[in-house]
Design a protein around this ligand. Structure first.
Ligand SMILES: NC(=O)c1ccc[n+]([C@@H]2O[C@H](COP(=O)([O-])OP(=O)(O)OC[C@H]3O[C@@H](n4cnc5c(N)ncnc54)[C@H](O)[C@@H]3O)[C@@H](O)[C@H]2O)c1
Length: 440
């Protein structure tokens, strides 16, 4: 099938590459010339495991092309997938301006009957709105059918999640359009849920809001555990054995971030207010998360009295491991609070430093290794649970630190390994701080 994908961000690019991988002819269109130039050279503008490998393979085999010209990309498409951003507006609602522009671009350049798929995360009713925009501005006499097909991939495992999705949601009021999209995805062999457009739109927000709430819930329990002298890791394990609860998303830490959860919870809350349906649970989810992002700085302030002149090593900047995405990363708030309190911060992230610099700026120093960050540090903050931090030789970090104090915001350091080092003050999340007696 001939597919055009509008927007080559995390979702559009992963989708385009994977659809080419299962045999479709795909053209990815983006307005960002820098991205398209890189992609034409076989380089991925974002970091995602396996993305570049499949990008090169499918481009070389002639199934995947990139362009900034809508006309060129849309000319032959049977299916057009919209995957442009829907960021948060100032008032919390989803900003649909990229989508509106995309609809305008499509209306201008569509020259044949096709199915338009909205993959971007959009508030309930948006597919109908996009259809009206398209029909109102179409330049050619063609038939357009709409399908809502929200995306569930996770950054850091976008390719794996696309090729082995748990489910594919297809929301449409048109049977032939729904069948066409099923045919496109059939080689993936993933279960379909066929539904109406509005339910498909809500499924996406409901899923993300539920997961975010699960995270805030376990973080609230973590704070309770800390105060009560209990261990949230065991509590989460005990809860997770119950199939009704499930063990996923029960990792206590410094809160959720990223390009989706924060904005999607706020957008759903906005929708609920617009529809006059109270949903204060979401307000609490947001408030717990905001508090949680301040946790490490609060603990350090309590420990040191003042952070003025203290040197802090930050391990991790991206909002989660295996991605270079800094959108709404807890590290941003942490870096700003630390420096506002007079601390000097040296940060290391395996891939996100250059994106981090664009958001956080030069108020902190970006270094090339965990050991360099730890040099002369009064404390170490573990902010993102990159595998390499979990595996790191902690003794090598402690050797260069001024004081052996660790605030582990992701509970990802191995306590047994820590105990094998020198005596450490260790501050995890959701269990009381401990002095780990070591081999000094
Ligand atoms: N990132 C995720 O993990 C994720 C997961 C599921 C769903 N989503 C949703 O998918 C959508 C896209 O997210 P993303 O993270 O990939 O966004 P992104 O910001 O990484 O990418 C969006 C891309 O669209 C391009 N674009 C904007 N207007 C355009 C136009 N008129 N024509 C062509 N290209 C255009 C931009 O240049 C950009 O490259 C959002 O609605 C998001 O909520 C994201």
């Amino acid at each position: 099938m001939k597919v055009a994908v509008l927007g080559t961000g995390y979702v559009g690019l992963s989708t385009g590459v994977c659809l080419a991988e299962i045999g479709h002819e795909v053209v990815c269109i983006d307005v960002d010339e820098r991205k398209i130039d890189l992609l034409k050279e076989g380089k991925s503008p974002i970091y995602e495991p396996r993305l570049e490998e499949l990008l090169i393979k499918n481009s070389t085999e002639g199934r995947l092309a990139f362009t900034t010209f809508h006309q060129q990309g849309l000319r032959e498409a049977d299916i057009i997938i919209i995957a442009v951003g829907t960021p948060q507006s100032d008032d919390g609602r989803a900003d649909l301006s990229y989508l509106e522009q995309a609809a305008k671009d499509l209306a201008e350049h569509i020259v044949r009957d096709c199915v338009v798929v909205v993959k971007s995360t959009v508030p309930v009713g948006t597919n109908e709105y996009v259809k009206q925009l398209l029909l109102g501005q179409l330049k050619s006499n063609v038939e357009i059918k709409m399908v809502s097909n929200p995306e569930f991939l996770r950054q850091g495992s976008a390719i794996e999640d696309t090729l082995k999705a748990d489910r594919i949601i297809i929301g449409s009021d048109d049977v032939s359009a729904s069948e066409k999209i099923q045919e496109m995805y059939r080689p993936l062999n993933v279960p379909f849920l066929l539904t109406d457009v509005r339910s498909a739109e809500i499924i996406k927000y409901a899923s993300n809001a539920f997961l975010a709430t699960k995270i805030s819930f376990i973080n609230a329990i973590a704070n309770l555990c800390e105060a009560a002298g209990a261990d949230v890791e065991d509590v989460a394990k005990g809860m997770g054995f119950d199939k009704r609860v499930g063990s996923a998303f029960l990792n206590a830490g410094i809160g959720y971030g990223g390009s989706c959860f924060p904005k999607d919870v706020k957008a759903l809350l906005h929708t609920s207010r617009e529809l006059g349906v109270p949903f204060s649970l979401l307000e609490e989810t947001i408030s717990i998360n905001e508090h949680q992002q301040e946790l490490l700085v609060d603990k350090a302030l309590k420990r040191f009295g003042t952070l003025n002149g203290k040197k802090i090593a930050m391990l991790g900047l991206s909002f989660k491991p295996n991605t270079d995405d800094m959108r709404e990363a807890p590290s941003i708030k942490i870096a700003r609070s630390l420096t506002a309190s007079g601390a000097e911060v040296a940060a290391f992230d395996p891939v996100a430093a250059s994106n981090a610099r664009k958001v956080i700026g030069d108020i902190i120093t970006y270094v090339d290794s965990a050991v360099e960050a730890a040099k002369d540090a009064d404390a170490l903050f573990v902010v993102t649970e990159w595998e390499e931090f979990k595996q790191h030789d902690v003794a090598a970090l402690l050797d260069v630190m001024k004081q052996p104090i660790i605030f582990d915001g992701r509970n990802c350091l191995d306590e047994a390994a820590l105990k094998a080092c020198k005596t450490i003050e260790y501050y995890p999340v959701g269990r009381p701080a401990v002095i780990l007696k070591g081999n000094d």
